[in-house]
Design a protein around this ligand. Structure first.
Ligand SMILES: Cc1cc2nc3c(=O)[nH]c(=O)nc-3n(C[C@H](O)[C@H](O)[C@H](O)COP(=O)(O)OP(=O)(O)OC[C@H]3O[C@@H](n4cnc5c(N)ncnc54)[C@H](O)[C@@H]3O)c2cc1C
Length: 284
């Protein structure tokens, strides 16, 4: 099946885009997390969302979820690891599955987690964003795993079952979590991925070098240029016009990933514009 649109991201931008596409009767998939976005749930108190003068992040998240349920909009709970444009359409990879779509809405937010030097250069050459897709390549080998969210814990466990040794770099507290014996947590963080043709090791911030053949970066958000290589960016954000069109035909972007200010209302508003842009694009 070729979808009319694929939306990547379940923050206010992606949710708003999904609602508008549903109203316009388009076929689409909404990729993201079942818990929507940590950036909604973690807000203690929100006072700038019109109509909701004082609401907690959890309450806003529940309200978004109720809206999606009422409109029968399902979330495909998978991380998208790559997007390739071909023949006027887009091929989207999530885990080991591929999806084809006529148009795309990027609503991926921004990550505050620092990337590792050379990460994009060695992507596909030892660096991976997807445990399910690439884990099998590292059977009985030494690997390193960076993770920004406990939601990827099952992927870390899966990788530990394949690897000889797994150096784990979580960006969150792991007290109370029991890891398999071959998982080693180190009190520093990877700074540089080393290697020319392929990854040969990682240099940590404390100066220690670890010889690994794989580096898995399991983050909430993948940088736009790593997700879809040809896309034009400006100062680290996806370049868009006032209709939320990116430099790629049929590809729109909205929310934090298009630039500041980082705000719910701006994200939701841009999600709506991006979806209307998709409707116009499909109709033409
Ligand atoms: C603690 C905190 C408090 C805040 N308080 C306020 C406030 O009071 N008022 C206000 O206006 N703003 C506030 N903000 C800012 C606000 O959270 C953001 O501007 C808003 O969430 C941006 O929405 P978004 O949809 O662009 O992205 P996000 O909310 O970041 O959502 C993007 C989603 O896409 C998912 N995603 C990314 N890449 C992929 C991929 N490759 N595959 C699948 N899914 C993917 C991510 O996991 C994430 O769930 C706050 C932020 C924080 C962190």
């Amino acid at each position: 099946m070729i979808y009319d649109c694929i939306i990547i991201g379940t923050g206010p931008a992606g949710i708003s885009a999904a609602i508008t596409l549903k109203i316009h009767n388009k076929s689409f998939l909404l990729f993201g997390g079942k818990n929507l976005s940590d950036k909604i749930t973690k807000a203690e108190k929100i006072t700038n969302y019109p109509g909701l003068p004082s609401i907690t992040g959890k309450e806003l998240s529940n309200a978004f979820m109720m809206h999606l349920n009422e409109m029968d909009i399902e979330i495909t709970d998978k991380m998208v690891s790559s997007v390739i444009s071909f023949g006027g359409n887009y091929a989207v990879t999530a885990g080991t599955d591929f999806f084809e779509t006529k148009s795309l809405i990027l609503a991926t937010g921004v990550t505050s987690a620092a990337s590792v030097k050379n990460e994009e250069k060695l992507l596909g050459k030892g660096v991976s964003y997807c445990a399910t897709c690439d884990g099998g390549l590292y059977k009985n080998k030494k690997i390193a795993v960076i993770s920004t969210n406990p939601r990827f814990l099952h992927e870390v466990i899966y990788l530990s079952q394949l690897a000889e040794e797994l150096y784990f770099f979580p960006a969150y507290k792991t007290e109370g979590i029991v890891f398999p014996e071959n998982v080693k947590t180190i009190g520093s963080f990877p700074e540089t991925a080393e290697g020319d043709e392929r990854l040969s090791g990682i240099m940590l911030k404390n100066g220690q070098r670890l010889e690994v053949s794989g580096l898995f970066c399991l983050r909430d958000c993948i940088s736009p240029s790593a997700l879809i290589s040809e896309i034009e960016t400006k100062e680290g954000h996806i370049a868009v016009d006032r209709e939320m069109k990116t430099s790629l035909k049929g590809c729109f972007a909205c929310g934090d990933c298009t630039g500041r200010p980082y705000q719910y209302v701006k994200a939701a508003g841009e999600g709506n514009i991006a979806a209307l842009g998709v409707v116009k694009y499909l109709d033409s």
